[in-house]
Design a binder for this molecule. Structure first.
Ligand code: ATP
Length: 319
């Protein structure tokens, strides 16, 4: 039976990580567990930044973005000897279980530790929604709402000046932020890695939509697909409309978590403690059709990206 549980946040920060930390610490204490926080992800294990906490440690953080216990990347954690060192240090502290909050890299770290005897449960915390084993990750809804408020503002100026706005949003390989924002903001064109178009197809679409009477065009595109500044220049040159690019950048990561993210974070945190108390390890928490799920991390990492073609269809039909 586990007694001491450590919690860490790792990878990119996401709004709602604090709300999740709060839920894990309070649920653990309420179930009679001793709770520890580990600062700055897996790095904090190696650097022994480990602290026993009580319930008041997580007071006043439910509404705060970022993560109170910090996050960091520790690329060396892929090395077996560094993982062995982490296990040794955790055992010194008597920590027999871990809850990790982060993206797929964080999952890999948790899997490695669980194979070495530390009971680990991973929780998806990343704004990109790029974890296939869950419908939603903690932070996605807040980032989406931040994008919506930025795009709504851009719409005002884009429409007044009859411009084309090319707006780059985060998501890495996952197009969810772009597609959801595209639907929510009524974008004329959405481009993601899975639903791409050639530059010529894009320009033809813009020219056609202008001919059909559109005075301004909003293009929402996932990051890293092209140089959006250059793309806007080409659109302006070839499509007969003034064009500007906007890269929303890290602003998408910050801010107070939405109600949806806070509730998701609370549910996932409580569920993670339940799983540890049931003796589960090497699993990750998810939400699928509104229900909490536990999937073996190995299986989750092997899953293909969620199919969001049905959302793309909605976006295409109502533009
Ligand atoms: P985000 O999606 O926000 O980037 P992430 O969890 O995917 O979050 P990464 O930087 O990929 O972010 O991973 C976070 C940390 O997890 C790494 O710095 C490293 O310490 C650990 N990690 C990543 N990959 C592995 C791996 N293959 N084995 C062990 N640990 C890993």
């Amino acid at each position: 039976m586990i007694k001491r549980v450590g919690v860490l946040t790792s990878g990119g920060d996401a709004p709602g990580m604090n709300a999740c930390l709060r839920a894990i610490i309070r649920a653990g204490i309420n179930q009679g567990l001793e709770m520890y926080v580990i600062y700055n992800g897996y790095r904090g294990i190696i650097e022994r930044k480990i602290e026993k906490v009580n319930r008041s440690f997580v007071s006043e953080i439910i509404n705060r973005g970022g993560t109170k216990i910090g996050t960091a990347r520790l690329p060396e954690f892929t090395q077996e000897e560094v993982q062995d060192q982490a296990v040794k240090i955790l055992k010194e502290y008597g920590i027999d279980a871990l809850v990790t909050i982060g993206g797929d890299g964080t999952y890999r770290g948790a899997l490695a530790l669980s194979r070495k005897g530390i009971n680990c449960v991973a929780i998806p915390g990343t704004i990109d929604n790029d974890v296939a084993s869950t419908d939603f990750t903690i932070g996605f809804d807040t980032a989406l709402n931040t994008i919506i408020s930025c795009v709504d503002r851009l719409r005002d100026t884009s429409s007044s000046h009859q411009r084309c706005s090319v707006i780059e949003v985060m998501g890495r390989d996952c197009g969810d932020l772009a597609i959801y924002a595209g639907i929510a903001c009524g974008a004329e064109i959405v481009i993601t890695k899975d639903h791409g178009m050639t530059k010529q197809e894009l320009k033809d679409s813009i020219i056609r939509q202008i001919a059909e009477g559109k005075h301004h065009i909003m293009v929402i595109i996932t990051e890293k697909l092209c140089d959006v500044k250059e793309l806007a220049r080409e659109i302006e040159r070839d499509c007969g409309i003034e064009a500007r690019s906007e890269v929303l950048g890290r602003i998408q990561r910050g801010g107070s978590p939405t109600g949806t993210d806070r509730v998701l974070a609370a549910r996932m945190g409580v569920f993670a403690i339940d799983l540890l108390l049931q003796g589960r390890s090497g699993v990750c928490v998810g939400i699928v059709w509104s229900k909490m799920t536990a999937t073996p991390i190995e299986e989750a990492l092997a899953m293909k990206n969620k199919d969001n073609a049905f959302l793309m269809r909605v976006s295409d039909i109502i533009k």
